[in-house]
Ligand binder design. Sequence first.
Ligand SMILES: [Zn+2]
Length: 119
Amino acid sequence: MKLPDLDQDAVVACVDLVARTGAKSFEVGYLDDDVPLEQARWYAQAFLRGARIVAQEKEGPDEACDALARRILRGGRCNHCQKTVALSGTQGVMCVWYRDRDAWVQGCTGKRRATRDKD
Ligand SMILES: [Zn+2]
């Protein structure tokens, strides 16, 4: 299977994020065979602190992974500043995280949190 235009960075960033949360499992897949890949209904899911978190009905594994990462982050607590994580807005009351290529970045420190950029 070859996926054109796959945003590998989104997948790498998601896998790294999921690994750092201590998730029990992580899965990316699709529901429908015999359809064009973008119609296969891609999903990504993780089991985290006793709950299944899922992003589904996406057009590719990269979109599914990016959506899953955003779902995990939004409303979570930054492990550095202890503020609630937001994905947009201004750094202040919330800690605004964003994705920089293949890593999610803590708004409070500006540190890339990818495994290949250990600090
Ligand atoms: Zn923070």
